[in-house]
Ligand binder design. Structure first.
Ligand code: SF4
Length: 342
C-alpha cells in the first residue's frame, strides 16, 4: 500500500483488564490497517473486543484496563515548510492518554460517535454549547464563528431547523436528533477517521436507516475513513467495503464485504451470517434463522486452543482444543484464523 494511503496501523495490540476475579484479555493481539477514506466494518458479538479496540485507538480505555502490548500509529498529512504535503507517523501508544497531543488528536483527527448519545452529552448544557466547545477546543475561532460552524454542521447532518435546535437541551431532542447532534459534534473538526461504535443500536428501524444513509453520504462528501463497529452484519453490508470479524479479543476473519458475504470461511462468520434475515426471505424461512449455538465463554477462563471450539460444529477434537489456530491467507486480502485452512 502506498504510504500516503495509509491512515492508521494497529500492530499486535493487547488491551487487558485486571480485575479481582482475574485478567480479561479484551483485545488479544489485534492487527489492522485503515486506509484514507476507507470504510471498515468491525463485527462480532458483545464482549468480543470491538469497542475496547476503538477505545484503545482513542486512548480512552477505562480503568482497570490498559494497553499492555502493541503499537497504534496514525499517519497524518501535513504541509511542510516549502508547501508540500508530507505524511508524518505519530505513535499513539507512546503518547500520554491525557496529554495535550493526544487530546488534540482525539476529536480533531480521530472522532467517536458513541452508541448512546445521552451517556456522552451533558444534560445541563445545550447541544449547541457542547458543539461550540468542541470546535473552540481544536480551532482558533471566535465564539460567534464557532456557533456559525455548529449551525452549518447541524444543517449538514439533516437536523431540522438547525438555528433553533442548536439552543435545545439533549432531553428536548428525539433519539435520532441526539445521534445527529453527536455526529455533527464528531465531524465539526473534519477528522480523518470517524469511529462509529454501534451508533444506531438504540434507534428504531426507520431512524437507523436514515442515520446509516447520512453516514454513507457524509463519508463521500467529506472523504474521511470510517471504522464502523456493529454486531449486525446487515449494517456492515450497507455501510462498509471491508470487514473484520472479531471473536474473544482476536480477529478471526478479514475480507472485502463481497467475499465475506458470498464466501465466508470461518465457522463463526458463517454462523453469524446464518443468524441474520435476508431480503426476500419468507416468514417461515425467517423463523428458521439460526442462533449461534452455545454462549460466549467465560472471559476469565478462555478455552484452550481455538476459543470458538466449544461452539464450533467443525471443531476437530485433539486439535482445536489444543492448538492456537494459525491466521492464514485464503484469497486476495482474505484471511482466516482456523485450522481448516492450514
Ligand atoms: Fe472451529 Fe477448529 Fe476452526 Fe476453531 S480452529 S473455528 S474450532 S474448526
Amino acid at each position: 500500500m502506498a504510504t500516503d494511503q495509509l491512515l492508521l496501523e494497529v500492530k499486535d495490540l493487547k488491551t487487558y483488564f485486571f480485575l479481582d476475579e482475574g485478567t480479561v484479555r479484551a483485545v488479544d493481539g489485534v492487527d489492522m490497517v485503515i486506509r484514507r477514506g476507507q470504510a471498515l466494518g468491525v463485527v462480532g458479538e458483545s464482549g468480543c473486543g470491538k469497542s475496547v479496540t476503538a477505545r484503545s485507538i482513542l486512548r480512552i480505555v477505562p480503568r482497570p484496563g490498559r494497553i499492555v502490548q502493541g503499537e497504534i500509529t496514525l499517519h497524518r498529512m501535513r504541509e511542510s515548510k516549502n508547501g508540500r504535503t508530507v505524511t508524518e507517523a505519530v505513535r499513539l501508544t507512546d503518547l500520554d492518554p491525557m496529554g495535550v497531543e493526544m487530546r488534540s488528536i482525539r476529536g480533531a483527527e480521530i472522532a467517536l460517535v458513541p452508541q448512546e448519545p445521552m451517556m456522552s452529552l451533558s444534560p445541563v448544557h445545550t447541544l449547541g454549547n457542547q458543539i461550540i466547545e468542541a470546535i473552540m477546543l481544536h480551532q482558533r475561532v471566535t465564539k460567534a464563528e464557532a456557533r456559525e460552524r455548529a449551525i452549518h454542521m447541524l444543517d449538514l447532518v439533516g437536523m431540522p431547523r438547525p438555528s433553533r435546535t442548536i439552543d435545545r437541551y439533549p432531553h428536548e431532542l428525539s433519539g435520532g436528533m441526539r445521534q445527529r447532534g453527536m455526529i455533527a459534534m464528531a465531524l465539526c473538526c473534519h477528522p480523518s477517521l470517524l469511529i462509529a461504535d454501534e451508533p444506531t443500536t438504540a434507534l428504531d428501524v426507520t431512524t437507523e436507516a436514515q442515520i446509516l444513509k447520512l453516514i454513507r453520504g457524509l463519508r463521500q462528501e467529506l472523504g474521511m475513513a470510517i471504522m464502523y463497529i456493529t454486531h449486525n452484519l446487515g449494517v456492515v453490508a450497507q455501510t462498509t467495503e471491508d470487514v473484520i470479524v472479531m471473536y474473544m479479543g482476536k480477529v478471526v476473519e478479514e475480507a472485502d464485504v463481497d467475499s465475506l458475504f458470498h464466501d465466508p470461511k470461518h465457522p463463526y462468520t458463517r454462523a453469524l451470517l446464518r443468524s441474520i434475515p435476508r431480503l426476500g426471505q419468507r416468514t417461515r424461512e425467517r423463523q428458521r434463522l439460526e442462533s449461534i449455538r452455545g454462549s460466549v465463554p467465560d472471559p476469565y477462563a478462555l478455552p484452550k486452543g481455538c476459543s470458538f471450539h466449544p461452539r464450533c460444529a467443525q471443531a476437530i477434537r485433539g486439535v482445536c482444543d489444543r492448538e492456537e489456530p494459525p491466521y492464514v491467507e485464503v484469497g486476495p486480502a482474505h484471511k482466516v484464523r482456523c485450522v481448516l485452512y492450514r
